[in-house]
Design a protein around this ligand. Structure first.
Ligand code: PLP
Length: 390
């Protein structure tokens, strides 16, 4: 018997959304060995890495095997050329960040959780419901209280800081949202920044899907909003834009004007020895003009898939949001069924794998998330099957 374990982790239970969905799919496969399933569930990319990234990885690996070029530990903030390239990317959107304000990481997920370490134990995390489950899980594991804010259909699933106590919180915002696919517009984001400054709160802005935004007037970064430099941390990733879900690279941006900057730098120096050098070579290539063009092709492909799904749903007047600025569609379950019932029925009756909305929070009940990270032929087949189901 080991004493003193983190009871809050135990309290979370074993059931992580995607693990449970996989378990049900595996059970179905075992009892239907010949079934040809259409996967519109987990949000992992399906297209291979851009050629320019692969070439950079090979060159990077060769350099590590060359006695003249070998280097061990790198800059723990991240390769300086990569950080500069990230700053240039921000500059193209009018955001002024310098290379000391970029912390390269091994993907967004880790930092989205470990940011909790900057805040006192027992503080409150404001979590939009529905949202990416990591914000909730990480906050609970860090012994934080949860203030749940429902993103309501009436507001287009855009979270707003209305009717909430003006007290310091760690506010998680995700735009474009996983799971609803909706983008927080500039004025609403402005309200959040104002609220954070007035209440002494911090905002963690998850921009993992920013590259999918197709309307030039919508903000890609919270740092497009004046004042955000005082209160926000932005976490971004190459996972969904450049296909790095396996390679692992992202970054955290914090202004030196924010007290969070020094704390994060200190925490990081104790916890992280820098991202993988090879990954950084690939990331730099992904941010080059050739890399960005290849990423754009991939994003366009996934969004064309979202359009196939959206047209099918629209043709049958099935209610949904999303699919415009993110590869996700947030669909109402048929006939008032709950989301696990609809997930099971869709799987068992027509062989389509979706994601049950309730896994993203209680307000996700009654919804399914469909993902367009799939080959178009599969999406087409999925769309036909969904229409036969609804
Ligand atoms: N943020 C959101 C909203 C996501 O959906 C995901 C992954 O699905 C992540 C962050 C994690 O991304 P990464 O692969 O960079 O850890």
């Amino acid at each position: 018997m080991i004493h003193g374990l983190n009871g809050d982790i135990e309290q979370l239970g074993e059931r992580y959304l995607f693990a449970e969905a996989e378990r049900r799919v595996a059970k179905f496969r075992a009892s239907h060995p010949g079934a040809e399933l259409v996967r519109l569930g987990i949000g992992d990319v399906t297209l291979p890495l851009p050629e320019v990234v692969v070439r950079a990885l090979v060159r990077g690996a060769e350099a590590l095997g060359d006695p003249e070029k070998f280097v061990g530990y790198g800059d723990s903030m991240g390769d300086i050329s990569l950080r500069r390239a990230i700053c240039e990317r921000y500059a193209r959107r009018g955001v002024d960040l310098n290379e000391n304000e970029i912390f390269v990481n091994d993907g967004a997920k880790g930092d989205l959780g470990s940011i909790c370490e900057l805040f006192e134990v027992g503080g409150t995390s404001l979590i939009v419901d529905p949202s990416y489950p990591v914000y909730f899980d990480a906050s609970v594991m860090a012994h934080r209280k949860i203030f749940s804010l429902e993103a309501r259909a009436e507001d287009g699933y855009i979270p707003l800081p209305h009717g909430i106590p003006r007290e310091p919180m760690l506010i998680y915002l995700c735009s474009p949202s996983n799971p609803t696919g909706t983008v927080i517009p500039r004025d609403a984001l402005g309200e959040w920044v104002e609220f954070a400054i007035l209440s002494g709160s911090a905002i963690v802005f998850d921009a993992a899907y920013e590259a999918y935004i197709s309307d030039a007037s919508l903000p890609h970064s919270i740092f497009e909003i004046p004042g955000a430099e005082k209160c926000a941390v932005e976490v971004c990733s190459l996972s969904k834009s450049a296909g790095f879900t396996g390679l692992r690279c992202g970054w955290c941006a914090i202004s030196e004007k924010s007290p969070l900057h020094a704390l994060w730098a200190r925490r990081r120096s104790a916890r992280f020895n820098g991202a993988c050098r090879l990954t950084e070579c690939g990331a730099l290539a992904a941010l080059s003009p050739e890399g960005e063009a290849a990423c754009r092709e991939r994003i366009d492909y996934y969004m064309a898939g979202a359009k196939i799904l959206a047209s099918a749903l629209t043709s049958r007047k099935i209610s949904y949001v999303g699919g415009l600025h993110a590869p996700y569609l947030w669909v109402d379950c048929p006939d008032g069924s709950d989301s696990w019932e609809a997930f099971d029925a869709l799987l068992e009756r027509v062989g389509v794998i979706s994601t049950p909305g309730v896994g993203f929070g209680a307000s996700g009940e009654g919804h399914l998330r469909l993902s367009s990270f799939a080959p178009h032929e599969e999406i087409q087949r999925g769309a036909e099957r969904i229409l036969s189901f609804f």
